[in-house]
Design a protein around this ligand. Structure first.
Ligand SMILES: [Zn+2]
Length: 680
């Protein structure tokens, strides 16, 4: 493992993707002047330059990149160097067609687009790591090289012959025998029994699947998802290994994407030194969505600071409606990244390109080329704030006593499951996780986002939305967690299958029956207009979508709320089981935001989970701490100003003024206030 990203920098990194190769040198000089004005200290170079760097099988040309690397070093900039392997050159596709992917419909692609390489192509597996190694060898001596950026936004799913052969090998490695594959996938159903691994073909539109999210054969589709994620990870690991030969102390990352479904980022984090991601929320996206992904990225490396690799400085160009970030929003969102654990905030892109796909995508320097635009001036304010703080915040961590499980295997499997619904809104694992996370976020409770494999024992509150798949060992670890005094929450449609999607017999929720103290006999699913209701804590809430019908409770378990309508009126909708020193709750249906807020507010208090600050609509409050003190971030997402009362004495980090406990501070619309309490 290399040094951490935070160890390589002296201040919060600020900058982004920079493409000087698209511009004459006089423009470079203008860029440097504007970067200084905006407090920009970091450039990401070489993201899509493979065609320029490699002109034939064994012919490389680094002259242009040499010139750029020298130029930015002379100008005092830090560099995050990309390996350029996210799009192969046209000549390579002509000379070695195995690098071209086969798409979901079984069509062999020709050269074009990006993410265009098959992850199991011998050509790709030879030339991509080789290029990464050559770059590392050549630029190892640059002391301003702060990180490696492998490829870009990995997402090359493929269904070619090479992938099919590699999938069979992956299955042999995993299951050993074809009999074990048949057992794991339940192939006696629909006459699917295989007698030889060579009979297994990739699951796509030509075979088992009606869409990428619906399949006739869950076992194979689930394993192919795992296999494709592993295939891309294997290639990424080869590049990382080449890089480490020459620059063992320069940390490597690749930029993840928001709720991206094809890669199990939990597994990927193990081969990276730090995590980074790209945030491009849609106009109507809930703000908690972005906060959760920040928390997830931080949690993936055990709370180590992460990097926001990309966001737009003002506008995107690829969404249906590309809205301008309103005044104050980019600064607020940049600080939100830091508030959730980022030690760097970068943009795509620094100068707006003149042609092709992303010419209308926002940039720090717009087509007009001036530093006097509204957007530039706001960006410069944030850059100078980061500059002025130096290393004060670097390496700061967040203590979280609450965790929510976001597990890729569980997401893939629960969404592939045929039933209880085919409505994508109902099936959405993300939506169910967000029902709970949004309440934690509104309550200003510091939260980690973890997988089923992670350690539960360091938390007081553990939430497992739709724990449909319970992997080996998880039951025991949850039981131990609750026995020792933890509070566990699960929601409807949990405890259904094992790791290969075979149902646990003996009643739902399978391995979670004991800790939850319940037996779910039937699961009802009704159209959106068919609502039920329940009363919890003296208040009536709606029940919708899924309705688990709990027909018996252990003596230690009691109902906290009951359905009010239909033939199961009176059956529990929410239960609480005493188990050892802790409690296990079950929410048997789905409800509205106010229920999750009230419910988690109560049980967090009972579990001894303390919010960072009281809940105020539109106000997000988080905490980080390091040797320089404890930092409380107050973020006003509202369009109106807001008054806060300081919970402790300290210093206003951005103004440097002293602050007393109980002082009132007015936050402007989209305003940010950071309280620094000195280190104890
Ligand atoms: Zn392939």
């Amino acid at each position: 493992m290399g040094k951490s990203f935070s160890d390589r920098i002296k201040r919060i990194s600020y900058g982004g993707d920079y493409n000087p190769e698209q511009w004459p040198k006089e423009v470079w000089a203008e860029d440097m002047k504007l970067f200084r004005e905006a407090g920009i200290d970091t450039v990401t170079l070489n993201v899509f330059s493979w065609a320029a760097l490699q002109k034939a099988d064994y012919e490389y040309d680094f002259s242009k990149l040499d010139e750029i690397m020298e130029y930015v070093r002379e100008n005092g900039l830090k560099v995050i160097l990309a390996t350029s392997t996210a799009a192969h050159p046209a000549w390579m596709a002509s000379a070695h067609p195995d690098i071209l992917r086969v798409n979901y419909y079984g069509q062999k692609r020709k050269f074009g687009a990006r993410h265009n390489s098959c992850p199991n192509s011998p050509t790709f597996l030879k030339f991509a790591p080789r290029l990464a190694g050559k770059l590392a060898e050549r630029y190892a001596k640059y002391e301003n090289l702060i990180a490696w950026h492998i490829s870009n936004e990995y997402n090359s799913v493929c269904y070619c012959k090479n992938c099919e052969a590699a999938f069979r090998d992956w299955l042999k490695e995993k299951y050993g025998t074809i009999e074990e594959v048949n057992r794991a996938w339940c192939t006696s159903f629909w006459s699917h029994t295989f007698y030889d691994f060579d009979e297994i073909v990739v699951p796509n539109k030509l075979t088992e699947e009606t869409s990428r999210f619906e399949t006739c054969f869950q076992g194979i589709s689930l394993d192919y998802r795992r296999f494709l994620s592993d295939s891309m990870l294997h290639e990424c690991a080869l590049e990382a290994a080449e890089i480490k030969k020459y620059t063992p102390d320069v940390p490597v990352t690749t930029n993840f994407m928001h709720f991206f479904k094809d890669l199990d980022y939990r597994k990927w984090a193990d081969v990276l030194d730090f995590t980074s991601w790209d945030s491009y929320p849609f106009f109507d996206e809930d703000r908690a969505d972005v906060s959760m992904w920040h928390d997830y990225m931080r949690s993936l490396k055990g709370g180590q600071p992460m990097l926001l690799m990309e966001q737009t400085p003002n506008v995107t160009n690829w969404q249906k409606y590309n809205f301008i970030r309103r005044p104050g929003v980019v600064r607020l969102w940049s600080w939100r990244s830091v508030a959730h654990g980022a030690d760097g905030v970068l943009f795509f892109q620094l100068r707006r390109s003149q042609g092709a796909m992303e010419k209308m995508h926002g940039a720090v320097i717009d087509h007009v080329g001036l530093g006097t635009t509204r957007s530039f001036k706001e960006l410069a304010v944030t850059g100078r704030e980061f500059e002025a703080l130096g290393d004060t915040l670097l390496g700061a961590r967040t203590d979280a006593s609450a965790a929510i499980i976001f597990d890729y295997d569980n997401m893939w499997a629960s969404e592939y499951c045929c039933g209880p619904s085919r409505d994508p809104e109902y099936k959405s694992y993300r939506n169910e996780v967000m029902r709970f996370y949004k309440a934690l976020n509104a309550l200003n409770i510091s939260t980690e986002v973890i997988a089923e494999e992670d350690d539960f024992d360091k938390y007081r509150l553990l939430i497992a939305p739709i724990m449909y798949m319970v992997k080996p060992g998880v039951r025991e670890r949850i039981e131990r967690f609750v026995e020792n005094g933890g509070t566990f929450v699960a929601s409807a449609f949990s405890g259904i299958v094992n790791e290969t999607d075979l149902v646990y017999l003996g009643g739902y929720p399978g391995p979670l029956k004991k800790v939850l103290g319940i037996w779910v006999e039937e699961i009802d699913c009704l159209p959106p207009e068919e609502k039920n209701s329940f009363v919890y804590g003296g208040k009536r809430y709606e029940a919708k979508q899924y309705f688990d019908i709990i027909s018996s409770l252990d003596p230690t378990c009691r109902p906290l709320a009951a359905y009010e309508h239909d033939f199961y009126a009176g059956k529990p909708a929410v239960t609480k089981n005493d188990f050892g020193k802790g409690f296990a709750y079950y929410v048997a249906t789905r409800s509205s935001d106010d229920f999750y807020f009230d419910f988690l507010s109560y049980i967090a208090k009972e579990a001894g989970v303390r919010p960072v600050y009281e809940a105020v609509p539109g106000l997000e409050v988080t905490e980080r701490h390091n040797e320089n003190g404890r930092f409380t971030f107050f973020l006003n997402h509202n369009d109106d100003s807001l008054e806060i009362t300081l919970p402790a004495a300290g210093r206003a980090l951005l103004s440097g003024e002293n602050a007393a406990k109980g002082d009132k501070v007015v936050l402007e619309p989209k305003g940010v206030f950071i309280l620094q309490e000195s280190a104890k």
